[in-house]
Design a protein around this ligand. Sequence first.
Ligand SMILES: Cc1cc2nc3c(=O)[nH]c(=O)nc-3n(C[C@H](O)[C@H](O)[C@H](O)COP(=O)(O)OP(=O)(O)OC[C@H]3O[C@@H](n4cnc5c(N)ncnc54)[C@H](O)[C@@H]3O)c2cc1C
Length: 479
Amino acid sequence: MIDVLVIGAGPAGVMAALRAADLGARTTLVSSAEFGGMAANDGPVPVRALAHASRLLRDARQLGQYGVTINEPSLDYSRLLARVQEIVRDVRTNSSLRMQIDALGVTVCEQVGAARFIEPHVIETRAGLRLRAEKVIICTGGASRRLPIPGFELTSTHTDAWALTSVPRSMLVVGAGATGVQVASIFNAFGSRIELFEAGPRILATEDVDISTSAAVALRRSGIAVHENFGAIDAFEKTATGVRMRFTKNGQRFEAEAELVVVATGWAADTESLNLAVAGVELNQRKFVKVDEYLRTSIPHIFAAGDVTGHLMLVPQAIQAGFVAASNAVRGPRMPLIDQVSPMGSFTEPEYAQAGLTESKAREAYDIVTSIVHFEATTRTIIDGRKFGFCKLVVDRKACKVLGCHVIGERAVDIAEVAAIAIAAGMRVDDLAQIPLAYPTYAGILVRAAVMAAGQLGLTVGWQAHQVESGTVVKNGQS
Ligand SMILES: Cc1cc2nc3c(=O)[nH]c(=O)nc-3n(C[C@H](O)[C@H](O)[C@H](O)COP(=O)(O)OP(=O)(O)OC[C@H]3O[C@@H](n4cnc5c(N)ncnc54)[C@H](O)[C@@H]3O)c2cc1C
């Protein structure tokens, strides 16, 4: 008899299996696909690899400015894809907890087809493997949301985009969330003509408004046609050279066409194949697996973790949830899932990132001040010729604590990451302002933003008030 059966070998499932085995449970991990899940095989890893290539192209174009002469860079897409595969294999082998899983004696059944419940304690995989377990943890992740629109089968997902053998001449990207903007940004750098369609009033809707606005400006400047509030899609149709999208806005009909249409309009739980009704596991209103704070589903012996629950859909959060679910499955429901400050961002061009509350969310609960420092006024960005962008801090006026940080521009994610540590530590903004961060660095901008915010709050920040960046005086919020 298996003590704990984990379904899905993405970050959530791998950590759940690792934790359960570490607590002494006889553990089996089954996955329809390869070890590592979407994260290693189809999401962040291949995306980052392609984004890195697009950044290298960009950086190569800057060489002349610094006196380095090379020919105009060009892209060999098939060589790039081979490199992406190499990276994916390397990550899967060396950086995915595989060795720890094996060392703890977890039975790993990879590529055994989708598992489905045939009884509440029994699953069967498409390959015919039948397993009975005391406890089950569902970690099957998510899948790109499909739209009930005529001709939808003519469209592609981000996965199809990575599988292309050449760079399409033109591309429509529908949905301007993190995935859509990423696809648009990468293929724009590779030379595709991109149109980006967002049904809502702004792209990157979960980011701070200032970041969304600035990202839209930068994407347009880079040649992407950004259409916000574009209306509603009527149909997709095949054309001689690609796909046409017909859509309606304010009663008027429009169309756009390209060689490829990529739809990235959201992420749905991957539960279709699981036959959850047999086990009695309920879904929530958003059609994700319903869990309580201990990650128990509606059936006491079945737990769920990661994207399949619809909680923050990111790798670190999936890993944390896998740990919590397995702890509770083995030892009883004692460990609640606690939300932590979650820095997140995207390696688009330009890069953007956030940690903590956006300005509008913060205003709902706090009296706040904000400060913004632009990249054109910091030393490192000037040195590197990366002067587009800004860092914005959101600070609680009463407690003087940092609530949020929002950055757009080079190394935005690294900057927000430092801010996340300050937020998680509950740091006061005047304390942050007095940390002598190394010079000249990208993260140094945080201190400047902190000094400006502290100035608005009438706080003393010592020597930093006078010498924040060489040659710049910032005092009482004035610079
Ligand atoms: C394009 C893209 C870029 C991303 N970039 C980032 C990023 O930069 N940073 C970040 O933190 N996150 C990123 N994410 C999100 C991140 O990949 C997910 O949050 C994370 O992979 C979720 O982990 P998981 O274990 O819940 O599920 P997954 O990684 O999706 O793994 C689930 C596994 O379960 C398997 N499975 C499904 N159904 C069954 C079944 N019935 N039986 C057996 N096995 C099954 C699947 O094949 C899969 O292997 C990105 C996502 C996408 C799509």
